[in-house]
Ligand binder design. Structure first.
Ligand SMILES: [Zn+2]
Length: 245
């Protein structure tokens, strides 16, 4: 039995022999763990496709317990990402977050399309990487089913309000009466419209927009916390490296 699908490589773990174990995000079946036999050898026809960020058409042999890659037709290897420390750090962050928020055997066309576009944009370089990061985080909140509630009614009591506090734990706007403890973050209209823009617009359009770093940095801080709380993520390992760049 063979299974053919477009996929992007999220992780490559070498084993003790010449094989490389890969985590793929496949278009047709979500996350899949596969083995690329002999790919550690540079002479192997599978060596070129057995690296993170490779986007291609994979044919998998499904007979064995761990599926084997039979062949791959590479659409784009995105090799430029690894040439630059900055784009590599962001790339590792994007594929780690992707890996943490997808599931085996569950296709997710919207997320698949988004990560393919993000990795492609990253490989072109000369873009605002933090803006791309803010856009991915905010879209991920929506994709994973925790779309934040940004309108001017309080998520707790339903009263309308013109003073905006965003609660990460509640996942939306709360009014001054309900805001209570230390979690709520005061936001202004401009900030909310930027968040809506990043959530709804195509990422290829977003990267052509100029947004002040004060906003992107704050959005990253809020939505990393938001995702960790609502997705039960305890650590994003690649973030440490990203934060010291
Ligand atoms: Zn309220």
């Amino acid at each position: 039995m063979y299974f053919e699908t477009d996929a992007i490589v999220l992780r490559a773990n070498k084993s003790i022999n010449n094989d490389i174990f890969l985590t793929l995000f496949t278009k047709k079946a979500g996350k899949m763990e596969v083995v690329s036999n002999g790919a550690k050898s540079s002479k192997s026809p599978l060596a070129a496709c057995s690296k993170p960020f490779v986007f291609g058409r994979f044919i998998l042999n499904t007979k064995t317990k761990t599926m084997k890659i039979t062949s791959c037709d590479i659409h784009d290897s995105h090799f430029r990402i690894a040439d630059d420390l900055n784009s590599l750090a962001f790339g590792n962050y994007f594929i780690e977050l992707c890996n943490l928020t997808i599931y085996p055997n569950i296709a997710d066309a919207e997320h698949f399309q988004l990560i393919v576009e993000i990795i492609h944009l990253l490989s072109l370089q000369n873009i605002d990487y933090n803006l791309l990061r803010a856009a991915y985080l905010i879209k991920l909140a929506k994709i994973t089913g925790h779309k934040p509630h940004f309108d001017n009614t309080c998520i707790h009591c339903g009263e309308s309000t013109d003073q905006f506090y965003f609660s990460i734990h509640s996942g939306g706007m709360i009014c001054p009466n309900c805001k209570g403890g230390t979690d709520p973050i005061k936001l202004n209209h401009q900030f909310i419209s930027i968040m809506m823009y990043l959530m709804e617009k195509d990422v290829r359009v977003i990267v052509k927009t100029k947004i002040h770093p004060n906003y992107t940095v704050k959005i990253i801080e809020i939505f990393e916390k938001f995702l960790m709380v609502h997705q039960g993520i305890t650590k994003i390992k690649s973030k440490d490296f990203l934060d010291i760049l």
